[in-house]
Design a protein around this ligand. Structure first.
Ligand code: ZN
Length: 80
């Protein structure tokens, strides 16, 4: 993460969009529980190859598809 202290760090954190390859964009990051879960997910994530698009992504060990592919699938996109 960014290593900035003081008021600018607060500004950056407000403006930061939390995004990862497991869940995409994260909402509600002002909630400590959500923040804890986000940090836990980041700690668990390992470098994997998405089984659909073949991109190298950071995913939790039991996931094998990146968020952008999951979003396409949810929208009815046929990957196979
Ligand atoms: Zn993918």
């Amino acid at each position: 993460m960014l290593d900035i202290s003081g008021a600018s760090a607060i500004l950056v954190s407000v403006m930061t969009n939390y995004y990862d390859d497991n869940f995409g964009c994260w909402d509600g990051m002002d909630d400590p529980d959500t923040m804890d879960f986000y940090n836990q997910v980041q700690n668990e994530s390992v470098e994997k190859t998405c089984s659909i698009c073949g991109c190298t992504v950071l995913l939790r060990p039991h996931y094998d598809k990146c968020d952008s592919c999951c979003t396409k699938l949810e929208n009815g996109w046929d990957a196979y």
